[in-house]
Ligand binder design. Structure first.
Ligand SMILES: NC(=O)c1ccc[n+]([C@@H]2O[C@H](COP(=O)([O-])OP(=O)(O)OC[C@H]3O[C@@H](n4cnc5c(N)ncnc54)[C@H](O)[C@@H]3O)[C@@H](O)[C@H]2O)c1
Length: 280
C-alpha cells in the first residue's frame, strides 16, 4: 500500500517497540525512514531489513545537536524531511518521592522533555521554510493522569503534551503541524528495561507484559506497537491535515477511568455490605 508514498520521516527510538513498528509500517506504506536510536546493534539490523528506503543513525536525543545528524541524513540521502516522530523514551524512576535519585530524574527529563524540544527545534529549521510538515511526539496516558508511571516520567510526559500545544500554536501558522500520541499500556520492552534488564533481555519480557496489560482498560487486550504506529501514520499523512496541537490517547479507553467490570464488582460488594448492615 502507499498511504505515505513520498513521505520522508525521521523516527527516534526506532530500534525497538513503538518506533520499530512505526518504521516498519512507514516503509511498507511508501515512506523513507531514518531510524534514530542509541541502540546501534538493533537499529542497524532493522534498517538493514527495511532495505534501500531506510537508514540508521546513532542519536542520543538528549544531546544538543544529535538529532541534526538524522535529519541531515534524510535531507542528503532522501531529498528532504516531511515528518519527525519524537518517540525515544526511557522508563524513568519508579521509587517513592523520598527515594528518587536526582541523576535519574534529570536523565528522564532530558530524554523526554529536552529530547522532544531539541527534535522540534531541529525539525522546525527545515519544515518552517518549506511551509509544511508534521511533527509527532510520544507523550503517554501518564502525562494525562496520575499513577500510570513514576513522577519524573509522568511529569515529563505531561510537559510533552503541553509543549505540543505551544509549538503547534506557533508553527501551525507556517503550515507545520505538531501533535502528540498518548499510548496506554503497549506491550514493548520498556517494562523489562524498567526492571533493570538490558535491551535484548527486555525484549524477552514482551509476552509476559502483554498478559499483564490485557485487563487494565475497557478494551480487553494489551496495546500493540502497531496500534500507535497506525495513529502516527495518520498524523504524518495529509488525512490529518486539520489536526494540530492535540494529545491523542491510543489506550483502549484506559484514561476514561476504572474499568466498568472492576467498579461494578466493587459497587455490588458495597451494596451487599450496606444491606447486610441495614438488616443487623
Ligand atoms: N509501552 C508503553 O506502554 C508506553 C506507554 C506510554 C508511552 N510510551 C512511550 O513510547 C515511547 C517508545 O517506547 P516503547 O514502549 O516502544 O519502548 P522500547 O523500550 O521498546 O523502545 C524505546 C526505544 O528508545 C530508545 N532510547 C532510549 N533512550 C534514548 C535516547 N536518549 N536517545 C535515543 N533513543 C533512545 C531505546 O534504545 C529503545 O530502542 C517512549 O517515549 C515511551 O515513554 C510507551
Amino acid at each position: 500500500m502507499d498511504r505515505l508514498a513520498g513521505t520522508r520521516a525521521v523516527i527516534t527510538g526506532a530500534a525497538s517497540g513503538i518506533g520499530e513498528a512505526t518504521s516498519r509500517l512507514f516503509v511498507a506504506e511508501g515512506a523513507t525512514v531514518v531510524l534514530a536510536d542509541v541502540d546501534d546493534a538493533r537499529g542497524e539490523r532493522i534498517a538493514g531489513e527495511l532495505g534501500d528506503r531506510a537508514r540508521f543513525v546513532r542519536v542520543d536525543v538528549a544531546e544538543e545537536g544529535a538529532i541534526e545528524a538524522a535529519i541531515g541524513t534524510s535531507v542528503d540521502e532522501f531529498g528532504g524531511l516531511d515528518c519527525l516522530f519524537n518517540n525515544a523514551g526511557n522508563p524513568g524512576s519508579l521509587g517513592r518521592v523520598e527515594e528518587i535519585d536526582m541523576a535519574e530524574f534529570d536523565r528522564t527529563v532530558a530524554v523526554h522533555l529536552r529530547g522532544v524540544f531539541l527534535g522540534i527545534r531541529a525539525a522546525a529549521r527545515v519544515l518552517r521554510p518549506q511551509g509544511r510538515g508534521s511533527i509527532i511526539n510520544t507523550s503517554s496516558v501518564a502525562g494525562l493522569g496520575a499513577n500510570y508511571a513514576g513522577h519524573d516520567y509522568s511529569a515529563s510526559k505531561a510537559a510533552i503534551a503541553h509543549l505540543t500545544r505551544t509549538t503547534a500554536n506557533e508553527l501551525g501558522e507556517d503550515g507545520v503541524r505538531v501533535n502528540a500520541i498518548c499510548p496506554g499500556g503497549i506491550a514493548t520492552s520498556i517494562f523489562g528495561r524498567a526492571a533493570g534488564l538490558d535491551a535484548e533481555r527486555a525484549q524477552g519480557t514482551i509476552d509476559t507484559m502483554a498478559a499483564v496489560l490485557a485487563d487494565i482498560a475497557p478494551i480487553r487486550r494489551a496495546g500493540q506497537p502497531l496500534d500507535i504506529a497506525e495513529c502516527a501514520l495518520w498524523l504524518a499523512s495529509d488525512a490529518s491535515s486539520f489536526v494540530n496541537g492535540q494529545a491523542i490517547a491510543v489506550d483502549g479507553g484506559l484514561i476514561t477511568g476504572p474499568t466498568y467490570r472492576t467498579s461494578r464488582a466493587r459497587s455490588e460488594g458495597a451494596v451487599g455490605l450496606l444491606s447486610a448492615s441495614g438488616e443487623s
